[in-house]
Design a protein around this ligand. Structure first.
Ligand code: NAP
Length: 292
């Protein structure tokens, strides 16, 4: 292996430790406990597991957590009423409505209702709009792209002036990752399902962020020698040696890419642990805004 492994578990734990220390200091100073409200609509097991792990992380870091659960047939009005109630509650620092919402709910409308100072997921159009504009700062950066860029910076990868290729243009990962990289003065190409000749586009990249949800799509000979590769993808593949009968792999063929790249994140243990760590950081930041 030639690439340096970027250890998201370790770096994520360092972020959590910093947040826990800041929370303890706030509480010792008599300030409000940072508290995250999660809203789960429906019973998707994966969404329920994500919401539970967010609540658990809050507890581990000394923060408060409130979990709201609406049935899958909740009306638009019920969801909006709940978000408005949480917006108005001074004990709630941050609000996270778990995605995806059921298809009958107008997701954009719900996200735009979240008070920008409590939008710890960073998905409100106001936060994304600020991220896209020169000279403007979003109050919160979406957690997975925030964690991806944090891993690059902590590993000493130079972003300014680099050619970066982002695979995927989703609202939650690819597009905000591209905007963050532009904001940090990289030259960014965004690749999607209609892009021609992805291998040769990638061969120009000093930095690759892969977020398409396709098992080991990126091959080793698409990677520029020495490039930094951040693999956001989480894909389950059958594995009879595992108790669960499956294992998780990324969007990059790790075994091939690690022989060419300069830096690489593993799956699992790369970007995954950063997402909740950055959510905790954002929730602390929200509480700090609300002190003002
Ligand atoms: P998504 O909403 O499904 O978006 C996928 C993106 O990939 C789209 O922009 C799509 O292009 C593009 N794409 C799909 N197939 C492609 C192909 N063959 N060639 C080039 N581009 C292609 O996915 P997402 O929510 O961004 O998630 C992406 C991956 O990251 C998933 O594996 C997900 O599980 C993972 N993820 C991980 C974390 C974490 O914490 N680690 C958090 C979020 C997501 P079009 O726009 O043209 O359709």
């Amino acid at each position: 292996m030639t690439a340096q492994l970027i250890d998201g578990k370790l770096i994520g734990q360092q972020v959590r430790d910093e947040v826990a220390a800041a929370v303890a200091k706030r509480i010792a100073e008599g300030k409000r406990k940072p508290t995250l409200a999660t809203v789960l609509i429906g019973d998707r097991p994966d969404s329920a597991a994500y919401v539970a792990s967010k609540g658990k992380a809050c507890q581990e870091l000394g923060m408060g957590s409130v979990s709201e659960h609406l049935p899958s047939d909740a009306t638009q009005e019920q969801v909006e009423t709940l978000v408005k109630k949480l917006n108005a509650d001074p004990n709630i620092s941050g609000i996270l409505v778990q995605l995806p919402m059921p298809s009958h709910i107008d997701e954009e409308k719900v996200l735009s209702l979240i008070n920008i100072e409590k939008d710890v997921d960073g998905f409100s159009p106001l936060n994304i709009g600020r991220l896209a504009q020169k000279g403007r700062e979003p109050l919160f950066v979406p957690c997975t792209p925030f964690g991806s860029i944090y891993l690059l910076e902590k590993s000493g990868v130079k972003i300014e002036g680099a050619n970066a290729v982002v695979l995927g243009r989703s609202n939650i990962v690819g597009m905000p990752a591209a905007l963050l990289l532009i904001g940090k003065n990289a030259t960014v190409t965004v690749v999607h399902s209609k892009t021609k000749d992805i291998p040769n586009t990638l061969r120009q990249a000093d930095i690759v962020i892969a977020a398409i949800g396709k098992t080991e799509f990126v091959r080793g000979d698409w990677i520029k020698p020495g490039a930094a590769v951040i693999d956001v993808g989480i894909n389950a593949v059958p594995d009879s040696t595992k108790k669960s009968g499956q294992r998780l792999v990324g969007d990059v063929n790790f075994n091939e890419a690690k022989e060419v790249a300069g830096f690489i994140t593993p799956v699992p243990g790369g970007v995954g642990p950063m997402t909740i760590a950055m959510l905790m950081k954002n929730t602390l930041r929200a509480a700090e805004f609300q002190d003002l």
